[in-house]
Every structure is written in C-alpha cells, then in structure tokens.
Design a protein around this ligand. Structure first.
Ligand code: SAM
Length: 273
C-alpha cells in the first residue's frame, strides 16, 4: 500500500531540507503539492513511494523538482534600478581602482540560475568600460555558479528564447545578442571572461579574493542555519573592501554581518570592512 499524501509531502520536504537546505514550510502547501505532482507525473514513478525512491537516489530529480517549484526563476536586470545601483556603487569604484592600480576585476555571480544575472553583470561592465573610454581596459573575470547542472548548462549555452530576454532593452538586445532562429544568443565578445560552473554554496567556495559577489534571491529559500553557512562562505571568498550584493528582499544575518558597511540599503549593497 502507498503512503498518504500528507506523509508524502512531508518526506519530500524533509529531503529538500536535508539535501539542499531548502525550507519549503513557508510555501503554500497546495502549491508545493501541485509542483510535486507535476514532477511525479513526468518522472515515470507510478506512486508516492516510487517517486520518493527516485528523488532520494537521483540528484537530477531534485534539480527538476526545484525547477518545477520555480526556484530557478530569474531574468535579465532583475528588479528595476538594482543594476544601476550596482554600476554606480560597485563597478565605478572597482574599475577606477583597477585602472589606477592594475589587476583583474573579479566578480562572482553566486546562484546564477540560467545565467541572466551573470550576463547582466557582463553587460553593465561592458557599458561602463565603453563610457570610460579608457585606452587599456582592465581584464574582467565573471564567474557564474549554481547548484543546478541543468541551469548551468543553459547559462553556458548563452541561448535565450524571446520570452527569456525580458528585462533587456532593444539596444542591449541588438548589441549583445545575435538572432539564432527564434532565439537570441549572447555574442562572443560578451562571453569573453564569463565562466560558469556547478557549485554548491553550502560547501566551501572554489574561488577567493573576489572584488564583488552578487548573490541575489538565493538565500530566501534557506533556513537560518543554511543562511549562516552560505554567508560565511561568501564572506571568506570576498577580499577586504570587496562588495556584496543581495536580493532586494534579503537581509544579511549571522556573524559576518558586523564586518560589512551598508553602501546602498535599497539595492542591498554592502562592503566588507
Ligand atoms: C531564484 S534563483 C535566483 C537567480 C538569480 N540570482 C536572480 O536573482 O535572478 C535561485 C537559484 O539559487 C540556486 N541555488 C539554490 N540552492 C543553492 C545552493 N545550495 N548552491 C548554489 N545555488 C543554489 C537555485 O538552483 C536557483 O538557480
């Protein structure tokens, strides 16, 4: 006999909590159930027990379920004005110091989903370098990472449907994208210096000494304990004087909070002391 619907949802939520530190208890239970059922129908599992077995033995199914829960939702220039704040408060001072003192400008887009955030940062950098008309522009390295291998594969492809180009102006679209059939592909010059990899923020980061870390709308799904773990990893990966940008509705908690100055409250831009 199969388990009850209530026990099934409880087990799925416990799995997401244990495996990914994601707490869905604040979500509408009917939304969670609908999303799980959608995945169950597509997964090939015939009952709740079968689906639970698949979920706990196949990492891709966890990623697909998170996809069904819209946890990968993103867009170019997400939150109006946020990247204007990023350009003026983060990029301008960083580019000025790299032009003055040399060195590579290193930015990490942590929890980048399908790459729109990472390419948004690349567009902001390209536009700012153009505006500065500098003779020799600083070298820029932008690292996009996400736990979902499917999302990272799409980010690497740099290919977006018309609907996914939401947030881009006509000018950006013409300048930084090429039409590929019905889709749009990021042009090579913009991809130069942009790298993507699969990385779990709950584990120590592979990179360090970043000048800026953009980690937006990732920690909202985390429990307080996971939030603290991720915050510590971001803190360690950022160089002194480096910038951290969170999502508009996010607040930095935990021990490293005291080591940051708030630069732009509205756009959640902080600077490591
Ligand atoms: C809502 S999206 C945010 C995307 C982008 N930062 C933005 O603001 O548009 C959240 C992303 O966090 C990723 N994520 C969730 N848990 C993660 C973890 N432990 N490590 C790395 N990425 C994670 C998800 O796969 C998802 O792509």
């Amino acid at each position: 006999m199969d388990i009850s619907e209530e026990d099934f949802v409880t087990h799925v939520m416990k799995h997401l909590f244990r495996a990914r530190g994601i707490d869905l208890s604040g979500y509408s239970q009917s939304f969670v159930m609908r999303s799980i059922k959608k995945r169950l129908g597509r997964s090939g599992a015939t009952d709740y027990t079968g689906y639970l077995h698949l979920l706990t033995h196949n990492e891709q199914e966890t990623n697909d379920l998170l996809g069904a829960l819209s946890i990968n939702v993103t867009e170019f220039f997400r939150d109006k004005g946020a990247f204007e704040g990023f350009t003026s408060e983060v990029l301008r001072p960083l580019l000025a110091s790299k032009i003055r003192e040399g060195g590579v400008l290193r930015i990490w887009s942590a929890g980048c989903a399908t790459g729109q955030e990472t390419y948004t940062i690349a567009i902001c950098v390209a536009e700012e370098i153009k505006r500065l008309q500098c003779i020799s522009a600083p070298v820029v390295g932008i690292q996009g990472t996400d736990i979902s291998s499917k999302a990272v594969a799409k980010a690497k492809s740099g290919l977006y449907t018309q609907a996914e180009t939401k947030g881009l102006t006509e000018k950006h679209l013409n300048h930084y994208f090429e039409k590929k059939g019905a889709d749009y592909e990021v042009v090579q010059p913009l991809r130069k210096g942009v790298r993507f990899s699969v990385e779990n923020l709950l584990e120590p980061p592979s990179g360090s000494y970043y000048d800026a870390i953009v980690c937006r709308n990732v920690m909202i799904y985390f429990t307080r304990k996971m939030h603290d773990v991720v915050t510590m990893h971001l803190f360690k990966a950022l160089r002194g004087g480096g910038y951290l940008m969170l999502g508009r509705t996010e607040t930095l908690m935990g021990a490293p909070r005291a080591s940051f100055d708030v630069i732009d409250l509205e756009n959640r831009i902080l600077r490591k002391k």
